[in-house]
Write a protein that binds this ligand. Structure first.
Ligand code: NAD
Length: 332
């Protein structure tokens, strides 16, 4: 039985891994606004059920608490709970989000990234699900010699264990395309920021100011410079690309066409926290931690050519996020 809406048209059924997370929950909001039915698979390790609770209550989301490392359970959730058909598409966003963790626990990204992606692909193959959209990252480019970095830049030499797992996941996905006829969208995200953020530089700065509003420690020399994309822009651009491209493999950078330095982020956060008098202390060195890429700037040209222009520039996204997070976490 194919699930149908009242007018008899097929209602898209979308499975989102990591759908209770920061980016995933915003994606779920937009998919539901488009009238899709959504299954969220998440182990709630860093995601929060409250981000999607209203959709669970309204019946628009079916929530499956499941760890992607558990292949046997994962195999059972690839079907529309109403009709029993395989879902139309999987947006695979679940992963360890903390790049720094790999410096101390070296098998996290292998298990939560590479093996988790294998399990998603294998479950899809067994169920007959044909489409996957994957949240990769700008870190697959490593310390790119070309900036802004386009999608066809190579060779790809990531410098973090997280980056290695993203590149390995991309390779697994393209091998499933080549071997089992899957269709794939690979999204290389810039730094994504916005409401409901649970990690990242802006979140860290606000928490540090909560502990001590007179002083802000900044990892590195503050000259690290990256592209930032607002999370709604990220969610909407993923959907836009999936709807408007149809190659077997569709690879897109998702980002803005500018950057913001860590020093500037610190200033903006101090302003938004009303802590302008705090002293900024830099720990020194050109990067925040081993494996941090000091400068990254994606070339978002393909996305813009496809008709999607982000609403926020990098700096606007940072300020907007600082405002949202101060509201969520409280003024330091
Ligand atoms: P997040 O931690 O908020 O979301 C990840 C979600 O996956 C969480 O809800 C978590 O509970 C879930 N999860 C983690 N491991 C799981 C497992 N083994 N089984 C089931 N669920 C699991 O992080 P996010 O920032 O929303 O990131 C979403 C995706 O985007 C990730 O793949 C991340 O690597 C990628 N990404 C994020 C950024 C960014 O700046 N936020 C940048 C590049 C790529």
């Amino acid at each position: 039985m194919v699930s149908s809406s009242m007018d008899g048209c097929h209602t898209m059924v979308t499975l989102v891994t990591g759908g209770a997370g920061f980016v995933g929950s915003h994606l779920v909001d937009h998919l539901i606004k488009k009238g899709e039915r959504v299954i969220v698979v998440d182990n709630l390790s860093s995601g929060e059920i409250k981000f999607i609770q209203k959709w669970i209550d309204s019946g628009d989301v079916v929530f499956q608490q499941c760890d992607l490392k558990d292949l046997e359970t994962l195999k059972c959730v690839m079907y529309d709970p109403l009709g029993g058909e395989p879902v139309d598409i999987v947006y695979h966003l679940a992963a360890n989000p903390d790049i720094r963790l790999g410096t101390t626990i070296t098998d996290t990204d292998l298990k939560e990234g590479t093996i988790a992606t294998y399990n998603v692909l294998e479950s899809m193959r067994l169920a007959g699900v044909k489409k996957i959209a994957f949240s990769s990252s700008s870190v697959v480019y490593g310390e790119a010699k070309k900036m802004p970095t386009p999608e066809n830049y190579g060779p790809l030499f990531p410098i973090s264990l997280y980056g290695a797992s993203k590149l390995a996941s991309e390779a697994l996905i393209t091998s499933w395309v080549g071997t089992f006829g899957l269709q794939a969208w690979i999204f290389r995200f810039a730094n994504i920021v916005g409401a409901r953020g649970t990690h990242g530089v802006i979140f860290d700065f606000i928490h540090k100011l909560h502990n001590n509003r007179n002083q802000l420690e900044v990892l590195g020399n503050g000259l690290q410079e990256k592209s930032y994309m607002e999370v709604e822009d990220c969610a909407m651009s993923m959907i836009h690309v999936v709807e408007n491209t149809n190659e077997q493999i569709n690879c897109f950078n998702l980002g803005t066409n500018d950057t913001c330095s860590v020093r500037r982020i610190a200033e903006i956060v101090l302003e938004e926290c009303k802590c302008e008098d705090a002293e900024i202390q830099y720990t020194g060195g050109d990067r925040g931690w081993a494996g941090d890429v000091p400068k990254s700037m994606l070339d978002p040209g393909r996305l813009i050519e496809l008709g999607f222009t982000p609403n926020f520039s990098s700096e606007e996204a940072v300020r907007h996020t600082a405002r949202c997070l101060v509201q969520e976490i409280g003024q330091p």
